[in-house]
Every structure is written in structure tokens, then in C-alpha cells.
Ligand binder design. Structure first.
Ligand SMILES: [Zn+2]
Ligand SMILES: [Zn+2]
Length: 341
């Protein structure tokens, strides 16, 4: 006698159905054996991002990211304040510190603004040239390099094992920063933790100085058609932002106005130990935040999450960062797309 024969017919059918469902579920839950165990790749996508600014093509290049020790280097804030600001932006410690640079193709010149750290920050960084190549360019094609300042994470990338990493480029820097960071006398007067910044600048500039490929400028001068220096001293004595403009569209390449976006946008008074003049650096930060929010221009920043391009919003007495939306809309310049005759 089968076990089912003792169960009234209707109930027996329901139970049989349930048993079948269980059996199917068991089959579905069973994990099939791996046919080809794929090794994890542990390699990130190439770090470049592109947008058009009028007729200019702008390519953000990532040099690398590194843990940024906020408690050690941010000043005018308690550990608890930093905790609170990071928590409210859901930003875990250690804070990811990106190093961005920006390549501008004006149509007639290829211009690099900042160069990353090269070998000066170790394994994390120094990927700028690989990313520049991935973006379709070669270092030999760069005509001009403009540096926002001479800290290691901005100047280090110009030098490749003692040679010019960009062999055909002319290097443009503010005379004030050039004079300051190449002076051994100033190095003796500066706090000890800035010592490596002097060494890095002197070492990185050397091949360009030897080849007479360094030009200095003073103040807010026009440097190229569509590129103007904007003095923004404070972080360093000659810190310079660059205003890039084409067909009425404007991008301001800030350099080191902000180091940790989730901290300094809501609280611009929190400062950085590495600022040469902290009062002046804070004043510049507040002024550039206000200008960008009011004018609605694009901003490109060295240490905001890659690509570091976005807009500034002023809301309820605080500032916010609105990152650029990823775009696949990159119209070819009219001249380049016109059929040859
Ligand atoms: Zn800096
Ligand atoms: Zn920097």
C-alpha cells in the first residue's frame, strides 16, 4: 500500500503539488559547478573623461588615487567635526584622494594643465601618461604645460627618470611659485614637512630648465587665445588657476582650492596644513566658490573625485558640488567634420 493511499484524494493532490514545487526549488537553488573559474582582474578602467567646451576639447586625466589623511592634514576642525561632515556625505575613512589633470585641445595647440605626481607619490599614482595615451594622444604632441603650482602632485609628472616626459612642451609657471619652490634659502625657512615639496619641484623642473623650456609669467595675463591666468595665491605663494574659454563657454581649472569636497564645500573655513598662507587660501576658496556658484561656469579641480569637473551650487548658506553628468555627446569640430574638397 502506498503512503498516499491513506490520504483523502483532494489533500493528496495538493501535497503532491507542494512536494513537486519543493523539488523544483531545490534544483534551482543548487549552484552549478564552475566551468571556468575566472581570475579577478583587479585593474581599473582607463582614467580619462572627455567633454567639449565650445570649440575646445577637454580631457580629464587621472594620475591616481591615494588615501588622504584628513585628521593629519586638515586644520581648524576637530576630529568629531570631520567625522560628522564625512558621515553626512557617507564618505568612509580613509578618504580617497584623487589627483586629476586636464588636457585641452584648442584645435591648434595641445595644452596640459598640471601633470600629476610622476614617481613622487609611489605606486598609487603616476598613471597620467598611460591615461593620456589611452585617451588617444602621445606625450610628444603636448605643446604647452601650465602648472597651477609646484607641489609634487602637480609638477612630478613632467619628469620621466630625469628626462622631459613631454619632450616638445614648453613649461609655463607663475614666477612667484618658480622663485619660491626652487630656492634652497626658502626651503630652510619653511616648515620641515614642506621640504620634500622643494626637492620635488627642483628635481622635476631640472630637464626643462636645462633645455631652456621654462617660461614664467606674472599676474592675470592672457597666455594663449582662450587661456588666461587667474592668480589665486594662498595654497602656495604663486598658486594660479586658469580660465579656459571658447565660444562663450567657460571652465576654471582651480588647482588646489579644495582638497576634500565633502568637508570643504559645507565648511570652507576648514583648512589644509600644507597651505603656505592659510588665511589667504581660505579667502580664495570662499571667493572662487561664490564666483562659480553665481556665474554657473564649469569648474575643474585637482582633488575632487574623478573627473573632477562639475558646477558649484549655493544652497541654504552652504556650497555643494554637482559633478558633470557622463556624456557621450562629443560633436566633431565643424572644420574637422567638413568633407575635404
Ligand atoms: Zn598643492
Ligand atoms: Zn595638490
Amino acid at each position: 500500500m502506498s503512503p498516499h493511499s491513506r490520504i483523502p484524494g483532494k489533500i493528496s493532490t495538493v501535497m503532491a503539488g507542494a512536494l513537486t514545487a519543493c523539488a523544483l526549488l531545490a534544483v534551482e537553488l543548487a549552484v552549478p559547478p564552475a566551468r571556468a573559474a575566472a581570475p579577478q582582474q583587479r585593474v581599473q578602467v582607463a582614467g580619462w573623461y572627455r567633454m567639449m567646451l565650445g570649440d575646445f576639447e577637454v580631457t580629464a586625466l587621472l594620475d591616481g588615487t591615494h588615501p588622504f589623511p584628513v585628521d593629519e592634514v586638515m586644520t581648524h576642525a576637530t576630529h568629531e567635526q570631520l567625522d560628522q561632515l564625512l558621515a553626512s556625505a557617507d564618505t568612509p575613512r580613509p578618504v580617497e584622494g584623487p589627483i586629476n589633470a586636464f588636457l585641452i585641445n584648442t584645435g591648434s595647440r595641445l595644452v596640459l594643465i598640471d601633470s600629476g605626481a610622476g614617481t613622487l607619490y609611489g605606486e598609487c599614482c603616476g598613471h597620467l601618461i598611460a591615461n593620456l595615451r589611452a585617451a588617444g594622444y602621445q606625450p610628444e604632441q603636448v605643446d604647452d604645460i601650465f602648472l597651477t603650482h609646484l607641489h609634487r602632485d602637480h609638477v612630478g609628472g613632467i619628469n620621466a627618470r630625469g628626462q622631459m616626459a613631454f619632450p616638445n612642451a614648453t613649461l609655463h609657471i607663475s614666477r612667484t611659485d618658480a622663485d619660491y619652490w626652487t630656492s634652497r634659502d626658502q626651503q630652510k625657512l619653511a616648515p620641515a614637512f614642506l621640504g620634500s615639496m622643494f626637492d620635488g619641484a627642483i628635481e622635476s623642473l631640472q630637464p626643462y630648465l636645462a633645455a631652456h623650456r621654462v617660461q614664467t609669467f606674472v599676474g592675470g595675463v592672457d597666455l594663449l587665445p582662450g587661456l588666461r591666468a587667474m592668480p589665486s595665491a594662498g595654497h602656495t605663494p604663486g598658486h594660479t588657476a586658469y580660465v579656459v574659454e571658447s565660444r562663450g563657454q567657460k571652465l576654471v581649472v582651480w588647482g588646489d582650492v579644495v582638497h576634500v569636497a565633502p568637508i570643504q564645500f559645507p565648511a570652507p573655513g576648514i583648512r589644509l596644513k600644507y597651505d603656505s598662507d592659510q588665511d589667504q587660501a581660505e579667502q580664495v576658496r570662499r571667493q572662487l566658490f561664490a564666483e562659480a556658484a553665481q556665474q554657473g561656469q564649469w569648474v575643474a579641480a585637482a582633488h575632487i573625485a574623478f573627473p573632477g569637473i562639475g558646477h558649484i551650487l549655493a544652497r541654504d548658506g552652504r556650497y555643494d558640488w554637482a559633478p558633470a553628468a557622463f556624456t557621450s555627446w562629443l560633436p566633431a569640430p565643424a572644420a574637422a567634420s567638413a568633407p575635404a574638397r
